[in-house]
Design a protein around this ligand. Sequence first.
Ligand SMILES: [Zn+2]
Length: 107
Amino acid sequence: MHKVHVKKDDKVRVTSGKSRGAEGRVLKVLPGSGRAIVEGVNMMKKHTRPNPQRQIQGGILDKEAPLRLDNLMVICPECNQPTRVGRKRLEDGTGVRFCKKCNATLS
Ligand SMILES: [Zn+2]
């Protein structure tokens, strides 16, 4: 499993695919499948069947489909641009991510 550059609550931009150019907040990272769910991006209609026994109403639900991490760029909160994320180690040994454009440390 490779290191994931995207974290929950990051703001990201989609760089390819049909949602190209869309921006949103990361709701969930799925490192196992190399994907992430981004709020309001790549919406899919999900059909649910009514199941009275489980009190589920049938209908169509809008739900975010996961996007490939390769197609996501983190938007730096400091310089407000889609950027590549670097990693560095602080003196106390903790690893942090940083913006390769403005060098700001990302949480
Ligand atoms: Zn920056």
